[in-house]
Every structure is written in C-alpha cells, then in structure tokens.
Design a binder for this molecule. Structure first.
Ligand code: TXA
Ligand code: MG
Length: 336
C-alpha cells in the first residue's frame, strides 16, 4: 500500500485555466516540476517526459513501482510519430481515435528523446493525444511530450476532479489546473501494437468493439490475476478504496453503502449512490470513481455494488470494480 494513501494536503488550490495559467504550467514543466491537468478520461500527473528527474519525481509522488511504465501525452499524431515506429494499424487507430481515450503502445524509435524511465526499461512507449481543450493547450504551449499517469497515489482510485488531486497529491505538484469533472471518468483503453497481434492491455474509454471496427478482431486478455509485466497496469487491486467492495449485490447488509446501477428495489442501504438511474453505461463510467470515493467513508462497513452489464463500457467499469474488490496479489508491488 502506498505510504501516501493517508496523506491529505490542502496546501494547493486548483486554478481555473486561462492563457497565463497555461503558460505558467508550461514553464513549470520546463523547470522539471510536476503539474496536474485535466483530460477527458481522468486527471494526469504531468512531467517533462524527456527529463529523467521529472519522470522519477512522478514515480516518487505516486509511490509507484519503477517497473510500471507511464503514458506519454502529445499534442498530435505527428508528435507521436517522432517518438515511436508507427505501422499501418497505428496510423488507422490514431486517425480514428486521436484526440481521444485510446493509448497505443509502440516500439520506441532509436532517436526517441523520452526518458527510458518512462518506458520502465522496455523498448516500447505508450502514447496518447487527449481530447481535452486544456490538456491540448498545455501540450501545445509546452511543445514537448508530457509523461502523465493518472494523478493518484499508486493503488488508489483515479481522480476525476481537481479537488481529488489536491487531496492526495497537492504536496507534489506546482500547479493543479481545474478543468471541471472529467467527461469520460475512466482511464484510456491501452492497446499494444508491439507484436504481430494487437493486445488489449487495459479496457477503457474506447471500447474493444470500437477498436476492432478499425483494425479487425484480436484476442483479449481475460480479466483476473495477470501478473505478467507486459501490462503491469493489469495487476489486481489497482483501484482500491479502503472499505471492502462486495460485487453483484442483490441486497445490502447492515452498515453497507450501496453503489447501484439502474432502477432497482434494494432498500436499507446506509447511503446509496446510483451510477446511472437510467442504466446508461457512459454516465456510469463518468460517475464511477467519484462515487467510489464518496462511499469509501468510515461510516460504512463495506460498499455493496450492483451488477453492471458486461457490454461496451461495462467491460471497463467491471474491470475497475473487480480490481477494487480484490485482495492484493502482491502488496509489495502496487500498480498505477
Ligand atoms: O486515461 C489515461 O490513460 C490517464 C490519463 C492521465 O491520460 N493516464 C493513465 O496513466 O491512466 P497510467 O500511467 O496510470 O496508466 C498507464 C497504463 C498502465 O496500466 C501501464 O502499465 C500501461 O498503461 N503502460 C504504459 N506504458 C506501457 C508500455 N510501454 N507497455 C505496456 N503497458 C504500458
Ligand atoms: Mg492509474
């Protein structure tokens, strides 16, 4: 468990973005400092991707194991092509989904300037062009790649508002840019194109079906205890509230909070939040992390979670819920 898990910082107030703040953020990145910024998926903890010191500072702030590589953000496909070897599939995916919630893992170019620490010792690099005006303004102002994992301590729930970031990582960043709540609220889909067959490393904001519509069908990894370092982000207990999570609940026990989905007849919850009263998976994804945080209070013995359908964005939602519900497979090595 991360040593930062219990840290509460109120020292840094998020700022509303304007030209001057974006310029200040770009300057901070240039000086090797860390900046938290909004994306359409979750808030990112950004640092100069070419700087070993800045990338190391990201790992330190998150309490993240060194072997877990970081996503590098760029302003457009051309900037990505300067860092990694694009093939036809990558071109098609970038064309279809960038800017957007798809991260593509590709072989690093020999002249790639991104810190090897961001690749965690592998010869691949994960890249994404985020679909968020503030993120794109920052990337354009900085004009170089920005390494940015989700802005949460390692193993904790990803932040979907600026105040989530201020509560946990405020002490580690020079600036938190407040772009409001993230519209998708779930991390990006991560797909590796380093081998002949595409590999879905993490389900996320873009569904596997949407990716397959562009590059054809490919095998998916099963959900569960995957400890291969190919995708460290798939280690169990990735998104962990402190209260135990009970999945597929059809009722509540005394003292339990209820995270519901759609219309239902369950009564007696200490507190209830509904991911989407209309059973809308997009709305549920956007609410997931903020609601988990809210229900993760000492007032509750556990969080009972109703079943979410395993279709479309439901796959990514269930992936995060199963991780949050699972006991640590390797407590020494929490994931991102
Ligand atoms: O939505 C997102 O992707 C957010 C926002 C800020 O962009 N970022 C994010 O980053 O979730 P992070 O670092 O928390 O998650 C990165 C995931 C991890 O599961 C990591 O293991 C995987 O991507 N990853 C990164 N680089 C990789 C690489 N070279 N090979 C395989 N997996 C990689
Ligand atoms: Mg993360």
């Amino acid at each position: 468990m991360s040593p930062h898990r219990n840290a509460v910082s109120t020292s840094l107030s998020p700022v509303t973005p304007d030209r001057a703040k974006i310029a200040r953020a770009a300057k901070a990145l240039d000086a090797g400092e860390l900046v938290a910024f909004p994306t359409e998926t979750v808030y990112g903890l950004g640092g100069d991707a070419a700087s070993n010191d800045a990338v190391a500072a990201i790992f330190k702030a998150k309490g993240r194991p060194r072997f877990n590589p970081l996503i590098v953000h760029v302003a457009n496909t051309k900037a990505a092509e300067a860092l990694v070897v694009f093939d036809e599939r990558a071109g098609k995916l970038a064309n279809a989904f960038w800017p957007g919630a798809l991260t593509i893992v590709l072989p690093r170019r020999a002249d790639c300037q991104v810190s090897l620490l961001a690749s965690a010792g592998t010869d691949s690099l994960a890249l994404r062009v985020p679909a968020h005006g503030v993120a794109l303004d920052l990337l354009t102002a900085f004009a170089r790649p920005v390494a940015a994992p989700s802005a949460n301590p390692s193993g904790a729930v990803s932040p979907t508002t600026a105040s989530h970031v201020a509560e946990s990582l405020g002490d580690f960043v020079s600036l938190i840019i407040d772009g409001g709540p993230c519209t998708i609220g779930l991390e990006s889909t991560v797909i590796s194109l380093t081998g002949e067959t595409p590999l879905l490393l993490r389900p996320g904001g873009v569904t596997a079906e949407e990716v397959e519509a562009v590059i054809g069908h490919f095998p998916h990894m099963d959900r569960g205890a995957d400890t291969t370092p190919e995708s460290p982000g798939r280690l169990l207990q990735h998104y962990a509230p402190r209260r135990p999570l009970r999945l597929d609940a059809v009722g509540v026990n005394s003292g339990e909070a209820l995270l519901s989905f759609g219309p239902h007849t369950i009564t007696g919850a200490a507190t209830e939040l509904n991911l989407s009263p209309d059973s809308n998976l997009t709305e549920a994804a956007a609410n997931l992390f903020a609601m988990l945080r809210e229900l993760d209070s000492p007032a509750h013995t556990a969080i009972a979670v109703m079943t979410v359908p395993e279709i479309g964005l439901g796959l990514a939602i269930n992936d995060r819920l199963h991780r949050a519900a699972n006991p640590a497979v390797n407590p020494e090595e929490p994931s991102s």
